[in-house]
Design a protein around this ligand. Structure first.
Ligand SMILES: O=S(=O)([O-])[S-]
Length: 134
């Protein structure tokens, strides 16, 4: 039998947006100057190779996010235990709404979504660096 998807991405993202806090690219650029701010890039590594990245970002494969955040997980990354402000981004700001939502739900704070994602960052004149394919 064919599947009936009753909740689509549009609804998930709209609902997610109501639960999270967001920053604009201009705000993120100001925040990125601080030592206590971590920009978390959840894009696929192939997107980083193709498009580059925001300098200094922490790349987290979306599939590992919850496992890297949870201190009880064998895959936990200490970066997520630090007393920092986290700004999540993807390409256009949609996947990162859902990532920000789950991270906030898990207790990570403060955590923000970057509105417009990497595209918005570039449009606002934010710096970008190349990522070498390993
Ligand atoms: O999820 S997305 O905004 O990067 S297309």
């Amino acid at each position: 039998m064919a599947q009936t998807i009753s909740v689509g991405i549009k609804q998930l993202i709209e609902e997610g947006r109501k639960e999270i806090q967001e920053v604009t690219a201009d705000e993120a650029m100001e925040l990125a100057k601080r030592d206590d701010v971590v920009i978390v890039d959840i894009r696929d590594v192939r997107e980083l190779w193709r498009e580059g990245r925001i300098p200094g970002t922490f790349h987290v494969p979306r599939g590992m996010l919850e496992f890297w955040i949870d201190p009880a997980s064998p895959y936990h990354k200490p970066k997520f235990a630090e007393d920092k402000t986290f700004i999540f981004h993807c390409a256009s700001g949609m996947r990162s709404v859902l990532a920000t939502q789950v991270a906030a739900r898990m207790g990570l704070k403060p955590v923000y979504n970057l509105k417009g994602g990497f595209g918005g960052w570039k449009e606002a004149g934010g710096p970008v660096e190349a990522v070498e394919k390993k």
